[in-house]
Design a protein around this ligand. Structure first.
Ligand SMILES: C[S@@+](CC[C@H](N)C(=O)[O-])C[C@H]1O[C@@H](n2cnc3c(N)ncnc32)[C@H](O)[C@@H]1O
Ligand SMILES: [Zn+2]
Length: 596
């Protein structure tokens, strides 16, 4: 950190002297953890992030069981074939780690830990555990770095609630937060004291000096994680997990394209899909940092919920696999006059005689003017256009959540989100909004079931998306989507519009397919058919992002965070409005895109 950073930190620290009077504190309970909160908002805490913490716990539990499965599979293979550990194998807690680990992998007797605890002879860093006699490697409990820990609530929950978790290291560069974290560790008793360590450190420096040492790195910053990504991708062990939140939705959703480019290296677009695009921009950015170190990511779960995005990616090292990265990235062409968008992949591969060559993608995939309405295109990206979830993981996470319902305070919300995610089409980046299509044509809306049926009857796939109850993902090309709408309008005519309107141009063409709106079997999602909740309303008044610790809520914040502003589009259930003659509104104006 430069001089300015040092001064800022001193300032932060001297401003906040912790009270020793117990009456100044209230106890906040979440899951198994209890934290002491001071009345003056000294240390960051946001109650609504319980969804974020619950999801992370569910992913951690699944991560641990997957590691065991992977190890069993490798052990079995090893028994059968001579040893050769795959480049992609998880190495974080089975192979010998770097020797200079300044944090402990073994439990401490209390929560007080020095920032530079060296490994002792009693605490060997040898991570390969050869079970006597059997010669098999055992999985060591994964160690977690909560790089931006604030009160320590998350770290303490991980330690107390995730069976089989190893040491949890909680960092913060704010002295008051570290004091609070240490106090909270003690307050939470022996398990927290033995497993959670709190350190005052700049997360970026700590992560850079602990390369590949943590099985899990959790980044949960105020706003953008961009400044932490380069060191975070280096800190995760091979096959380990990076969990990362971004709350700067205004930036990621296109409110400030140039700021997004400077932070994430990608240009956002203001389409209805902007929340999914935000996830894909973040993933592309993490991949780009990983690539610098011959590493690449495999997303297991990517969620846009409440006012932020959160991604869970595994990180592997492989110079050869990394060559596939351009095949997983695309530019997005968004028509400025209608809903049509098209993806252009950055690269392609050609396989000849068992060898693969990597080449630039063919382009452009679009003419200069939109073939549907004649207007120009904006170009955004590059975005991550490969799958953003691993459906096997999603199924395991959801099964875990359902089997431990009582242990997730945000059960209703996270199970609804995971249920919707479990039905998303994996190979379809972005989506159209039925209401927006109708807004372009100024027509009434078919029900979602009718529209889905028409797409399925035309021979294509369609699914919902967890980021928007009105969004529909489909492999149907845009001309097919418009043909379906043209057929709809033939039976539900619209008033004449001026000839230069995009809707008029689209409707002037005759459809080349005859849409069939008869109800198709798969037109309802499985969850809908079983009446399982897929979207839930926001939980309470004044729900949303919180200001930085220590800052007072002003009228500006109140106007930004007010429930009417925040309870935006995400609360509509699919197809709940029969008429869709609404004005076209950009999601980036929705409050969940606002950063505080
Ligand atoms: C949003 S809060 C974390 C909330 C916490 N993860 C939770 O679940 O309650 C972000 C924290 O990051 C800390 N922080 C910001 N920059 C940092 C840096 N460079 N190194 C370490 N901590 C930092 C802040 O002091 C703040 O406490
Ligand atoms: Zn167009």
């Amino acid at each position: 950190m430069g001089e300015a950073g040092g001064i800022e930190q001193q300032q932060k620290s001297s401003d906040k002297t912790m009270s020793t009077d117990p009456n100044d504190y209230t106890i906040i309970k979440e899951g198994e953890a209890e934290i002491l909160m001071h009345a003056k908002n000294e240390v960051f805490y946001n109650k609504t992030q319980v969804n974020n913490r619950d999801l992370s716990i569910a992913v951690l539990r699944t991560f641990i069981s997957k590691l065991k499965e992977e190890h069993e599979a490798r052990n079995n293979k090893r028994m059968k074939t001579p040893q050769k550990v795959s480049e992609e194998a998880y190495s974080g807690n089975v192979e010998e780690a770097a020797t200079d680990i300044p944090v402990s992998r073994s439990p401490k007797s209390n929560g007080e830990c020095d920032a530079k605890a060296e490994p002792s002879e009693d605490d060997p860093q040898e991570t390969v555990d050869l079970t006597e006699g059997k010669g098999q490697r055992q999985v060591k409990p994964p160690i977690v770095l909560e790089a931006l820990a604030a009160s320590g609530l998350r770290a303490i929950r991980y330690a107390r609630e995730v069976e089989g978790i190893g040491q949890v290291v909680a960092l913060d560069n704010d002295k008051a937060s570290v004091e609070a974290c240490k106090r909270n560790i003690k307050f939470n008793g022996s398990v927290a004291c033995s497993k959670v360590e709190s350190h005052l450190a700049d997360a970026r420096i700590f992560m850079l000096t602990h390369q590949k040492e943590f099985d899990v790195v959790d980044l949960d910053p105020y706003g953008s994680p961009s400044v932490f990504l380069d060191s975070a991708v280096q800190c995760v062990a091979d096959g380990g997990m990076l969990m990362c939140t971004a709350t700067d939705m205004a930036v990621l959703c296109g409110g400030n394209g140039e700021v997004c480019y400077s932070k994430y290296g990608s240009y956002p677009l203001r389409g209805k899909y902007c929340h999914e695009m935000a996830l894909r921009i973040l993933l592309a950015c993490i991949e780009s940092h990983a690539n610098r170190y011959k590493r690449y990511i495999v997303p297991v779960l990517s969620v846009q919920i409440d006012f932020y995005v959160r991604v869970f990616v595994r990180i592997f090292t492989s110079a050869s696999a990394m060559k596939n990265t351009p095949l997983k990235l695309s530019y997005v062409y968004q028509c400025i006059g209608c809903d049509s968008f098209h993806l252009q992949c950055l690269g392609r591969s050609v396989t000849k005689n068992n060898s693969v060559r990597y080449l630039p993608g063919f382009g452009p995939v679009v003419p200069r003017e939109c073939s549907d309405c004649g207007k120009k295109f904006n170009m955004g990206g590059p975005i991550w256009s490969a799958p953003i979830h691993d459906q096997e993981w999603v199924a395991s996470i959801l099964a875990n959540v359902k089997s431990m319902k009582d242990r997730y305070p945000a059960y209703d919300r996270i199970s609804a989100v995971l249920t919707t995610i479990s039905e998303e089409l994996l190979d379809i980046p972005l989506f159209v909004s039925l209401h927006s299509l109708c807004g372009t044509l100024k027509c009434t809306s078919p029900s979602a079931v009718m529209f889905r049926s028409a797409v399925i009857n035309a021979g294509y796939r369609i699914s919902g998306t967890h980021v928007n109850p009105l969004g529909l993902k489909s492999d149907a090309p845009m001309d097919v989507i418009w043909d379906i709408m043209r057929c709809w309008v033939k039976n539900h005519p619209v008033k004449a519009q001026s000839p230069d309107q995009s809707g008029t141009v689209i409707l002037a063409k005759e459809p080349t397919l005859q849409a069939n709106f008869a109800r198709a079997v798969a037109s309802l999602s499985k969850a809908q058919a079983k009446k399982i909740a897929r979207f839930l309303p926001n939980p309470e008044k004044h729900w949303g992002p919180k200001v930085r610790a220590g800052r007072q809520i002003t009228s500006k914040h109140a106007s930004l965070l007010g429930p009417h502003v925040i309870n935006g589009i995400n609360n509509h259930e699919e197809g709940d409005e029969p008429e869709a003659k609404r004005q076209k509104t950009d999601n980036h104006n929705s409050p969940s895109c606002q950063e505080v």
